[in-house]
Design a protein. Structure first.
Length: 159
């Protein structure tokens, strides 16, 4: 069978799109007034910190807040992301995870579990702040398994 150049190009494009990771970031609504999101967005753009393993095809498809305590818009916004082109992984921003200088979030375990329950992968952290926090926890031996963030995802070690 003879393919036109056009259909071959389209086929390549489809294969490329198939591999493309669709990434979103969820942040704390309470920090929105003081944070324009620069650190998260430039970290993704530069593939730094928790974004360092993505290739250049990865696409940021969402940057949204939890909707206020107790994460009241998580379900609705993740559902919208899934409906509007899909999302593969959601990064939980440092402002949700860290307890200083941000307001302590007592709902982060629930936020993480809600996202996971909707079938989306979760990665902790969005910029250097969480990276530094994990380093300190490792040094202080506050992590049961320093090589894995699984215990953090379960919410058992940090909150
Ligand atoms: S639920 Fe947590 S992340 Fe959301 S506004 Fe409240 S403190 Fe911030």
């Amino acid at each position: 069978m003879i393919h036109s150049n056009k259909s071959i190009i389209r086929g390549e494009k489809m294969a490329e799109n198939k591999k493309k990771k669709r990434v979103a970031i969820v942040r704390c609504e309470r920090t929105e007034e003081s944070c324009p999101g620069t650190s998260c967005l430039t970290s993704f753009a530069g593939r730094k910190h928790s974004f360092k393993d993505y290739d250049e095809n990865a696409e940021l498809v969402g940057f949204f807040s939890c909707g206020g305590c107790p994460g009241r818009r998580i379900f609705r916004l993740v559902r919208s992301l899934k409906e509007e082109g899909g999302v593969d992984v959601i990064h939980v921003a440092s402002c949700i995870l860290k307890e200083t200088p941000f307001p302590k979030c007592t709902h982060k375990g629930d936020i993480i579990n809600s996202i996971k329950n909707m079938g989306i992968d979760v990665v902790l952290g969005s910029d250097d702040k969480w990276e530094k926090e994990v380093k300190i926890m490792k040094e202080k031996k506050h992590l049961k398994d320093p090589e894995s963030q699984d215990t953090l995802l379960e919410g058992s070690d940090h909150w």
